[in-house]
Design a protein around this ligand. Structure first.
Ligand SMILES: [Zn+2]
Length: 137
C-alpha cells in the first residue's frame, strides 16, 4: 500500500499522483519558454524549480496540493536555491523576489515565516533588508 499524503481539503494523494500533477504544473508554467532565468537573481540560468515551502514540509503541513500550485515554486539557479534553503546565513534576503517568497511563507507556513523573520541575522544590512521586505508584504 503506497503512502498517501493529505491535502488541505482532507483528500489524500500518492507520490505518483504528486509527481504527475507537479510535472503538468511545470509544463503549464513554462509554456512558450525555452530558456529560464533565475527569478531570485535575474542573472543566472535557472536549472531548478525552487519550492518556497519544501515538498516534505508541505506534506507534513497536510497542504500537499501546494506542491503543484504554480505560485509555490519558482525558476531558480542552484546558488539561489541553496540560499533560500540555508536561510540562516541571511543571503536569501537580497534575492529579487524576497517580498513574494516571504509573503507566500506568511500565507501558507506561518511557523516558518516566524522562524525567518524573528531570527537575528549577522549584519545590519541583512536585518534592515528583512524589515524592508516585511514592510512591503
Ligand atoms: Zn539565481
Amino acid at each position: 500500500m503506497a503512502n498517501l499524503y493529505y491535502c488541505s481539503d482532507g483528500s489524500r494523494v500518492s507520490e505518483a499522483q504528486i509527481k504527475q500533477k507537479y510535472s503538468v504544473a511545470i509544463r503549464q508554467k513554462h509554456v512558450g519558454q525555452s530558456f529560464f532565468t533565475c527569478q531570485a537573481c535575474l542573472k543566472e540560468r535557472a536549472v531548478d524549480n525552487s519550492h518556497i515551502i519544501s515538498k516534505a514540509r508541505l506534506k507534513q503541513l497536510h497542504k500537499t496540493e501546494l506542491i503543484w500550485h504554480p505560485m509555490a515554486f519558482f525558476d531558480s539557479c542552484r546558488n539561489c536555491h541553496n540560499c533560500w534553503e540555508s536561510w540562516k546565513s541571511g543571503d536569501y534576503l537580497f534575492q529579487v523576489n524576497i517580498v513574494t517568497t516571504l509573503k507566500y511563507l506568511l500565507q501558507h507556513d506561518h511557523e516558518s515565516f516566524l522562524k525567518r523573520t524573528e531570527h537575528e541575522y549577522d549584519t545590519v544590512e541583512k536585518n534592515q533588508r528583512l524589515l524592508w521586505a516585511i514592510r512591503n508584504i
